[in-house]
Design a protein around this ligand. Structure first.
Ligand SMILES: [Zn+2]
Ligand SMILES: [Zn+2]
Length: 289
């Protein structure tokens, strides 16, 4: 079988609840690894739709600690724990920015009664969900079974620190930018990658909002054109847009694609939850950095 990385947009929504879009979450399958990047609302429902259970995840990667990106962290931790049937359950690696450990610990504490009930009920559950948290903002975070993950800081201020991930496997690569305005460290991380998954906000629409709090969403996100320009500077082969603010209205996909195409001349992917993209080696236009 052809070697590749497979990206599935599990949730293409945003903080705004949407009947058709789950919260921000992206599944990356590379070699034997199944990596979940962010865990917004509904993530396990969407994962179930493609046959991936919480117990199949090999690591959880968090770009930042905004609520929309971690809304279902408790569900991921508890469901993985109760649906893993091997003795000596392996710890779930969680890679995120500083603060991740505190959030994971507080989440497990919030589910403390549940964890107690299940340990009391099931003979083979004897300890709380095992996790290993790696807090990191720069450098190689993971190198296992031919899959390497690098992280770099992004700019989502005043939310800080925030990170992007680069996943590499057998010559294929994908960068997951998370929420950010254009910045040099993301450009460097994405340089020569096969694909860039980038969250976007339609600033042309959101800047018209009557409420200041809604207009302020524009402050720390990339517009479609800005995300596309980042992809063009980095020389990636495929731009994958997600986290649509506002949600793409039915029939408007081509308008969004046209905006991205003003600054990125290559393959542009966007769509509904469960949209899947294959990333093969050699689709970038720059030598792999
Ligand atoms: Zn955010
Ligand atoms: Zn967000």
């Amino acid at each position: 079988m052809d070697v590749m990385i497979e990206v599935t947009l599990l949730g293409t929504g945003s903080p705004i609840p949407d009947p058709d879009r789950a919260g921000p979450a992206t599944l990356v399958r590379a070699g034997a690894q199944t990596l979940l990047v962010d865990c917004g609302r509904g993530v396990l429902q969407r994962a179930a739709a493609i046959g991936v259970g919480a117990n199949a995840l090999t690591a959880l990667l968090l770009t930042h600690l905004h609520s929309d990106h971690i809304a279902d962290l408790g569900d991921v931790l508890i469901t993985r724990w109760v649906s893993t049937f091997t003795p000596d359950q392996p710890a779930l690696p969680i890679i995120g920015p500083p603060g991740t450990g505190e959030v994971v610990e507080a989440t497990l504490r919030a589910f403390g009664f549940d964890i107690g009930y299940r340990i009391a009920h099931h003979a083979d559950l004897t300890a709380a969900p095992p996790v290993t948290v790696h807090e990191q903002i720069d450098g190689v975070a993971w190198d296992r079974d031919g899959v390497r993950i690098r992280v770099a800081p992004t700019d989502h201020r005043p939310v800080t620190p925030t990170i992007a991930f680069r996943v590499e496997h057998a010559g294929a690569s994908v960068v997951l930018a998370g929420d950010t305005v254009p910045c040099e460290s993301l450009d460097a991380l994405a340089s020569g990658a096969g694909a860039l998954v980038h969250t976007v906000v339609r600033k042309d629409l959101m800047q018209q909002a009557a409420l200041q709090r809604i207009r302020e969403i524009c402050d720390y996100h990339s517009s479609v054109e800005e995300a596309a320009a980042t992809a063009a500077r980095a020389g990636v082969g495929i731009l994958i847009l997600t986290h649509y603010v506002p949600a793409i209205a039915p029939g408007q996909e081509e308008e969004w694609r046209a905006l991205a195409a003003t600054t990125f001349p290559r393959q542009i992917e966007l769509g509904d939850d469960l949209h899947r993209v294959e990333i093969h080696p050699g689709v970038c236009v720059k030598p792999t950095g």
